[in-house]
Design a protein around this ligand. Sequence first.
Ligand SMILES: [Zn+2]
Length: 483
Amino acid sequence: MSIKADVIIGLEVHIQLTNLKTKLFCSCSNDYRGGDANTHICPICLGLPGSLPVVNKKAIEFATRLALALECDINDSFWFYRKNYFYPDMAKNFQISQYNKAGGKAFADGGKITIKLNGKKDIKLNRIHLEEDPARLVHKGTIATSPYTLVDYNRSGVTLIEIVSEPVISTPEEAREYLKQLKSIVQYCGISNLDLEGSVRVDANVSLKGHPRSEVKNINSFKEVERALKWEIQRQINQLKRGKELIQETRHWDDKRRITISLRTKEFEQDYRYFPEQDLVPIEVDNDFISRVKKELPEMPNERAKRFQKQYELSEFDSEILVLDKDIADLFEDGIKLDKSFGPEQYKLYCNWLMGDISRWLNENNKTILETKLNPQHIVDLIKFIQEGRITGKIGKSLVNEIMTKGTSITDILKKTGKKRISDKKKISEIVRDVIEENPDIVEDYKTNPKALQALIGECMKKTKGQIDPEITKDIMLKLLKN
Ligand SMILES: [Zn+2]
């Protein structure tokens, strides 16, 4: 039996507002990373009886920035709510959150994130709301096999913003694009650094049309989401193929074994016994406040991409990728201004370096651009040196690692390594002759397969450690092979 089912995905993304200095309801440091366990705590974030929470105004401002960037409708007044449940990560047995029913309101409703995969699609949002992060449970190994659990309350009370999408995401790939755009917008809003470990958690509601959904909890990085979704969809399809019915349940994504495991059958909303948090006054977000925040909001990635197309004559594709990471886009704009002779041709080359070799290096080394020693002048020099014929593109590429790790200037690296472009025709002819002599197999192959020419040029490159000019080599190679 083949099962062809429509997949329905809704995402609940929890983002820590890591750029805040203090927690959501107390003045403890928001930066719990790296500290000794249970040192950034006070009676409020420990939930001791009699302690009174006070809302962090900056957290409201950050939420407003994000709500504006996502085009949500901000509610002008709301209560925080208590979400009651017992779990060791929650000392007071309730989490201060928001609730959009029974008279309660989210921070903001609606909004959208536009993705581009096969054409444009607006992923509609249901709401965003603020809540406090629970403490951190520390397991030995995996949650399923750990012999004990430790609790670190440093994280307790850190501000989370939850972004809830409508269940309108149809594939794991769409989910990936959605999160990519969301990450970018959050970075531009200046509210969080999502590259920090533990700064995002995603819960995914996944179902096949007409069947109960499962909620996959605690996917701890954006990169894992696509993988977890693929696995869970396949699991559900397999269940149906075996003639089993699906049940509504909560599952845990085990990122070490890369499977979802059943945690419990799904609890229902009434189990949480939501009621207004009477220790806090209602929050009012007035229009003056909203307009002030709006005025200070920087240019968002989609507007910036449009400007890049106009101002720098980059293609739509290049612009949209280039602006995704604000720090990379900033480096681009800083760099191209450094040389007055640069125009659209160099802008495109500058973009290519950032999107090509530099991004590849960042991915391979799992670093962000600010964690490297790269500065805007490096790429200016690479472009100029290659255009002036002082080095080949190949040499340029070979310098990337040293630039990124040590920040050495291009001139200094070249002085040190003695690398320069070989363009002397006599010298190139000698090298080409040697290569032809040393590689009779490839030369033979070339007679029936013109593509083998590349292999011969590659041999010349190898011999000269990338210094030989590929164009001149090609001309000479073609001439000599004719004889
Ligand atoms: Zn505290």
